[in-house]
Structures are given as C-alpha cells and as structure tokens.
Design a protein around this ligand. Structure first.
Ligand SMILES: CCCCCCCC(=O)SCCNC(=O)CCNC(=O)[C@H](O)C(C)(C)COP(=O)(O)OP(=O)(O)OC[C@H]1O[C@@H](n2cnc3c(N)ncnc32)[C@H](O)[C@@H]1OP(=O)(O)O
Length: 209
C-alpha cells in the first residue's frame, strides 16, 4: 500500500501546466461530445481521429497518475484527483481553498456532463464533491483519513451551469476519527446539499512525499 504513495512521478510546474492545458481541452471535448448534433458519419470520423490521438498519448505511459510538487499544506499533490485534479479531465475541476481556520471553500460551475435529473446535478457527483471537501477539512486538522462514512441530505435540486459554493469544516477529532460537515449552495445562497462524514486516520500514516 505504501508503495502507491511513494512510487510517483512528481511533475515540474511546466510539465504540470502543459498536461493541465491538455486536460482542459479533453474536458471541452467531453462537453462538446455530450451536446453535439453532428451526423453519424461525422461522429464516426471524429471518433477515428480521437482514437489516433489516444494512441499518441499511450506511446509514453506511466504506471500511476503523477503527483504535483507538494504545496505548503501538502494537500494539493494529487493533481489527477477526480474532483480537484487539473490533470484529470473527469474532474470539473473544483479549485478548493483551505483557510487558516480550517474552513474549506470553493466556487465552481458544473456543465452538462454532470447532469442527473434534467438540468440538475447528479446526486453522486454532489456526494463526490462533498467527500473531497469534507476530506480536505478533516486533513486540515493535521490528521488526514479515509472516508468511513458519508451521509448526504439532498434538500433541493442543485442547478447545472450556475455558480455553486461548497464549504466544509471539521467539527471534532476523537482519536483516529475525524468528523466534518459541509454544504453545497446555489447562487441564491440556499443550501441544496448538506453532508456529514467521518474519516479514520490510517494506523500508520503514508509518507508525506
Ligand atoms: C486530502 C484528501 C481528501 C480526500 C477525500 C476523499 C477520501 C476518500 O474518498 S477515501 C476512499 C473511500 N474510503 C475507503 O475506501 C475506506 C475503506 N475502508 C478502510 O480502508 C478501512 O475500513 C478504514 C481505514 C476506514 C478503517 O479501517 P481500520 O483502520 O482497520 O479501522 P478499525 O481499526 O477496524 O476501526 C477503528 C474504529 O473505526 C470504526 N470504524 C471502522 N470503519 C468504520 C466505518 N466504515 N464506519 C463506522 N465506523 C467504522 C471501528 O468500529 C473502530 O471504532 P472504535 O475505535 O470506536 O472501536
């Protein structure tokens, strides 16, 4: 288990920036694909071009996603994370900031690829974003952990395509257990999702780099 944390390429800032730019283009591609009205023959032609591009990327392949340079907090090294990772085209990405008082916060907008009920965010996507925000709030206590429980309460539908806010904060630490609570709010400030989670710190913490 420990090897998966230490056996990682750590990218320079320039390498990270280029791959982040590539991920942004792939994100645009996914959105364009979801909404396209092109004819089947054009879709097949585009698919062949994308297959060729995929082969070019696979020509030099890592065993695991790379890490970024460890930042001040140590929380931002997972640059291919599916919520916050600039290098992961599946990530919105949500740019989460952790303040000195341990409050985790981000503003973000989710496009149509995250649709669940028509025009609204898929509940699993909201849960994923909450898991990350709550996990970062737990880690801000100095004791990061694995999600043991995650409870989401969907108060009202979360709209796509408008600015949303996620906030989270740890409430208490009891031995290896860290508890955190958070919300997602719409542009009118009304809470759409509430969540509470409990994280458990591993018996022996992974190496910091
Ligand atoms: C900064 C980065 C943010 C990242 C945020 C995203 C985080 C994630 O998504 S993590 C991925 C999802 N989570 C997982 O895959 C976790 C899978 N589960 C595990 O690895 C283990 O079960 C783990 C680590 C949670 C606990 O295992 P372990 O350390 O062996 O726990 P164990 O010693 O048996 O139990 C410790 C205590 O926790 C309790 N406990 C253990 N698991 C659970 C659980 N799932 N629910 C409730 N209580 C639990 C036990 O009852 C025990 O309580 P007590 O001390 O009061 O008797």
């Amino acid at each position: 288990m420990r090897e998966v944390f230490v056996d990682r390429d750590v990218l320079s800032g320039d390498d990270e920036a280029e791959l982040a730019a590539l991920a942004a283009r792939v994100r645009e591609l996914a959105e364009a694909m979801t909404l396209t009205k092109v004819e089947p023959a054009e879709a097949a032609s585009v698919a062949a071009e994308i297959a060729a591009l995929t082969e070019r990327l696979k020509a030099a392949r890592r065993a695991h996603p790379p890490f970024g340079t460890v930042g001040e907090s140590g929380l931002d090294r997972q640059i291919a994370n599916p919520v916050t990772g600039r290098l992961n085209p599946l990530a919105p990405p949500v740019d989460i900031e952790v303040s000195e008082d341990g409050i985790v916060r981000a503003e973000f907008t989710l496009p149509a690829v995250y649709e669940g009920p028509p025009t609204f965010v898929h509940g699993g996507v909201s849960a994923m974003i909450m898991d990350q925000a709550l996990g970062m709030a737990a880690a801000a206590t100095g004791t990061p952990g694995m999600t043991a429980t995650l409870e989401t309460r969907y108060r009202r539908p979360t709209p796509l395509g408008v600015p949303l806010t996620v906030e989270a904060k740890a409430s208490r630490v009891e031995g290896r257990k860290i508890y955190a609570d958070g919300t997602i709010s719409g542009p009118d400030g009304r809470v759409t999702v509430e969540a509470s989670a409990m994280f458990i710190a591993p018996q022996s913490a992974p190496a910091a780099s």
